[in-house]
Each structure stands twice: as structure tokens, then as C-alpha cells.
Design a protein around this ligand. Structure first.
Ligand SMILES: Cc1cc2nc3c(=O)[nH]c(=O)nc-3n(C[C@H](O)[C@H](O)[C@H](O)COP(=O)(O)OP(=O)(O)OC[C@H]3O[C@@H](n4cnc5c(N)ncnc54)[C@H](O)[C@@H]3O)c2cc1C
Length: 460
């Protein structure tokens, strides 16, 4: 066999996970071949400038951990980085048909109109919960109810989960969707005491204790995949190249990666293979021969549709001060929206002067059909909701809609069955490494960490 270190590493999938892995491998002196099925790099990350409007079709912001901050510095992105504006501190949650600011501090909790006095007292009692090791996983709703009571689930956890996963707290697994909560219960019992202890430990290490800053870039989140792509050798990236078959090393032959472009088939010899793909693509991938699909059962992972509707208005069309990150709509309120982001409050440069930009999310696990409405039906439904919730009058002056038919994987109860299938495939094929939003967490920050870990495993 040829010297494996001289063969390229195949990175399959040009979303943020694959790009990060490819970048790190190139930094470490490895040759990389990145295959992307579509004509664009970045996967779910899509930013578009139209005059003074800046539209994010997919993710709108990301959380900056200390490791991510160093990475952005390394990429030279500090000069175009935007930190969420202080005006975006509030997070509104709808209760009784009105947006109420969610408490952001313990004193804020006492005066908050979002929760009843009974719910606040129930929350304070949480500090007495002792550490426990559960034998079975628990839905996020059941976990939240045990710790904080039902009202906190209905008006805190459930809307939060709609905002992050477009998911259902009754179905999501605590262990897989919020592993830090699961671990905190084991070590501290009380989540509140766990958070106090974590803040203390950070302070002792000289790290900032608050929530990580929310960030983007002047021309949107796509600056990050663009910057990574620009640092890869030009001949290392193949666009419109859908990988269909992987042949593992046999009798002195390295991995063979087979892909399709315009009905033509290409094959490349590689030392190792990184898969950074959505579940449906992993499920279709043949490994060994055309009819063997070891990851086929990943097709059962629930991926609800989400519609992202970007709307521009003149400032005077809206009575609400829009002094926040956005507004989440709890399922218990039985309305049609998952939530609304106040884009032009969150970051500068998202709307022309005297105008504001909102992004309205619909669909998700509980109301998938609302992502599939026609543009006209969705616009009239959204107009009614925005009028009643935010005092929005008249037609938007700018509209852009993106529908994600399969937006975000749901780490529902029983998700370990999918993780086991992935681990079994890796164990059967040394040199195969799987990561990305199917396995390592759904946020962009998780996917970047996943890309680093994939590169590390390949180099080991
Ligand atoms: C509407 C929406 C809003 C979101 N909001 C946020 C947010 O605000 N903040 C946040 O942190 N996260 C958010 N996320 C989640 C986050 O954007 C994604 O989880 C993350 O970008 C996924 O990156 P990835 O590289 O793992 O996968 P992807 O971005 O899905 O990339 C996978 C790539 O693989 C390619 N591919 C598929 N099949 C093949 C094949 N056979 N061969 C070659 N290539 C193939 C695809 O074309 C795609 O480019 C959001 C996601 C969506 C959809």
C-alpha cells in the first residue's frame, strides 16, 4: 500500500463540520479532498446581502466559547465579528397572548411577570435536590418538571426547546439533547447549585462566568465557512460531487471514495474518511458494496421542516420596542409561530436606516404543516400573529423566505440506538470517522468542536 500519510484524507460534506475538519487537517500538513454534493460550501449556513438588508436563511447567531474566540482570531475574523448589541439582552416569551420579558437574573425572577409566585417558590426549592444517577433517560419535559415544576416547563423550557431544536420537550432526550443538565444532576443534584459551582470554578480559572457572548459577522455567519474555504488549497475542494460509495481498505488498497457529478462517476484513493453529513445522506451511503448501507437506520431520525421568513418593515409600522433578542411562543399558547428573531436589534447592519428586520420561524416537530404553507397563506397568518403580538401594521417592505424540509435532527428518547449504529460502523471500518450535527450536538459551536475532534481522530 502507498504511504497513507501521502494519500489525502477524504472529508465528505462541506458544511461547517467538514470545513473545520478539513481546515485543521491542512494546517497539520495533511492533504485533503473535500466532497460537497451541492454547488455551495457552508451547508445550513447561508447569508445573503440584498442592498441594506442582510438575510440569514439558516442559523442567525452562534455562541462564542473561549475556544471559538481563539479560532476566530486564528482565522483573522476579529475585525468583522459582531457581538450581540446590549439592546438585545431581553428575551420575550408569550404568555396570555402578550410578550413578557424572561428573567435574566435572580432579582429579575422575583419581579418577573412571566411566572406565578407559586412557580417562583417551586423553582427556589430546586436547590435542595440531591445528586442522583438515573437508570433510564428522561424526556426534557419530565426532567424539567422534576426540577423546576410544570409552569417553568410550559413557559421556560418548552419555548426554549422550540427555539433551539424546533422540537418537542415531551420527546427530546435529556441525556442526548442537553447532556450538561444530565451530568449536572449526577454531580450536584440541583441544577441551580450546579450552575453556581460551575461559575465559581470558572472564576477560579480566571474565565468569564456569564453566558457565552452571542456573535455573528458584519456580512453574516457565512463569513466563517467562507474564511475556512479560502484557506483550503483550491484543488482540494470538489463541488457538485455527491459521494455514493466507500470501499474500505482491502488487500493493500487504501479507501476508495466514489462520487457522482453530472452522471459521471469519479473515484479517489484516500487514507481515511471523515463523514460530516446529515442523517439522510449517511443512511444512503453504501460502504463496501452498492447494496450495503450500514447507516440506513439513521433515516429514522426525526428532522422536522422549518420555514424561516425574513421580513423588513419601516420602524413606525411596529409599536413594540423590539428591545430584545426575539420572542418565543410556548406551545401551550396554541399559536402558529415558533418564534420571532429581532435581527436588527441583535446585530448592526441588518436593515436600512429607519427600518427593522424580523425573522419568523414556523414548523418544527409539533406543527410541521405550518412550515409547508404557501407563501401567501403563511404571510397572511404571520401578519395576524405579528399584529396581535407585536403591534405590526401593514405589509412588510421586504420579504425573503427559506424552507428547510429537514431542518434539525431531534435527539429524541432512544437516540442512543442511532449513536450505536454509528459507533458500530466506525468499529468495523478503522479510518472511518463520523461527526457533525447528527452526533456531536446541533449548534454551530458544537459542529465546529466536532470538526476539530474529527481532524484529531484522523491524525491520531
Ligand atoms: C433553520 C435553521 C436555523 C438554525 N439556527 C441556528 C442558530 O441560530 N445557531 C446555531 O448555532 N445553530 C443553528 N442551526 C443549526 C446549525 O446551523 C447546523 O446544525 C450546522 O450548521 C450543521 O452543520 P454540519 O456541517 O454538521 O451539517 P450541514 O450544514 O448539513 O452540512 C452537510 C453538508 O453535506 C452535504 N452533503 C449531503 N450529502 C452529501 C454526499 N452524499 N456527498 C457529499 N456531500 C453531501 C450537504 O450538501 C451539506 O452541505 C440552525 C439550523 C437550521 C436548519
Amino acid at each position: 500500500m502507498s504511504n497513507p500519510a501521502q494519500l489525502p484524507v477524504a472529508v465528505i460534506g462541506g458544511g461547517i463540520t467538514g470545513l473545520t475538519a478539513a481546515y485543521r487537517l491542512v494546517q497539520q500538513g495533511r492533504i485533503v479532498r473535500l466532497f460537497e454534493a451541492s454547488s455551495l460550501l457552508g451547508g445550513a449556513i447561508r447569508s445573503e446581502r440584498d442592498g441594506d438588508w442582510l438575510i440569514e436563511a439558516g442559523p442567525n447567531s452562534l455562541q462564542q466559547t473561549p475556544a471559538l474566540a481563539s479560532f476566530l482570531t486564528e482565522l483573522g475574523l476579529d475585525s468583522v465579528k459582531l457581538i450581540a448589541r446590549p439592546e438585545a439582552k431581553n428575551r420575550y416569551i408569550v404568555r396570555g397572548g402578550k410578550p413578557q420579558a424572561a428573567p435574566t437574573s435572580p432579582p429579575g425572577l422575583i419581579t418577573s411577570k412571566l411566572f406565578s409566585t407559586g412557580a417562583k417558590l417551586r423553582l427556589m426549592g430546586e436547590i435542595f435536590i440531591r445528586p442522583r444517577t438515573r437508570t433510564a433517560d428522561l424526556s426534557l419535559a419530565a426532567f424539567g418538571e422534576f426540577h423546576f415544576g410544570r409552569e417553568l416547563v410550559d413557559y421556560g423550557l418548552s419555548p426554549f426547546v422550540s427555539g433551539v431544536y424546533a422540537g418537542d420537550a415531551e420527546k427530546l432526550s435529556t441525556r442526548h439533547s442537553f447532556p450538561s443538565l444530565w451530568e449536572t444532576e449526577q454531580t450536584h443534584g440541583s441544577i441551580i447549585r450546579g450552575q453556581i459551582a460551575a461559575a465559581k470554578a470558572k472564576r477560579a480559572r480566571g474565565e468569564p462566568t456569564g453566558a457565552p457572548p452571542i456573535i455573528s459577522f458584519t456580512e453574516g455567519l457565512e463569513a466563517l465557512p467562507r474564511s475556512l474555504a479560502a484557506r483550503l488549497p483550491a484543488d482540494s475542494v470538489s463541488l457538485n460531487a455527491r459521494v455514493t460509495l466507500l470501499t474500505p481498505p482491502t488487500s493493500g488498497q487504501p479507501w476508495q471514495v466514489q462520487w457522482m457529478r453530472d452522471n459521471q462517476t469519479g473515484t479517489e484513493s484516500c487514507a481515511a474518511v471523515i463523514l460530516a453529513l446529515p442523517a439522510a445522506a449517511l443512511a444512503k451511503l453504501a460502504i463496501g458494496s452498492d447494496d450495503i448501507r450500514p447507516l440506513a437506520s439513521l433515516a429514522d431520525i426525526e428532522y422536522p421542516p422549518v420555514s424561516s421568513l425574513f421580513l423588513g418593515y419601516r420602524r413606525e409600522q411596529i409599536t413594540h420596542p423590539l428591545d430584545g433578542f426575539g420572542m418565543l411562543v410556548p406551545p401551550i399558547e396554541r399559536r402558529s409561530l415558533l418564534g420571532v428573531l429581532f435581527n436588527s436589534t441583535l446585530f448592526t447592519g441588518r436593515a436600512p436606516e429607519n427600518h427593522v428586520a424580523l425573522t419568523v420561524m414556523t414548523g418544527g416537530t409539533r406543527t410541521p404543516d405550518l412550515a409547508r404553507l404557501s407563501d401567501a397563506d403563511l404571510l397572511s397568518l404571520v401578519a395576524r400573529e405579528l399584529d396581535s403580538l407585536l403591534g405590526v401594521r401593514g405589509d412588510p417592505v421586504f420579504v425573503r423566505r427559506t424552507v428547510w424540509p429537514r431542518a434539525i435532527p431531534q435527539y429524541n428518547l432512544g437516540y442512543e440506538r442511532f449513536l450505536d449504529v454509528i459507533a458500530t460502523a466506525e468499529a468495523a471500518h478503522p479510518g472511518l470517522h463520523v461527526g457533525g450535527h447528527v452526533r456531536d450536538g446541533i449548534s454551530m459551536t458544537n459542529c465546529i468542536s466536532s470538526g476539530f475532534a474529527l481532524a484529531q481522530k484522523t491524525l491520531a
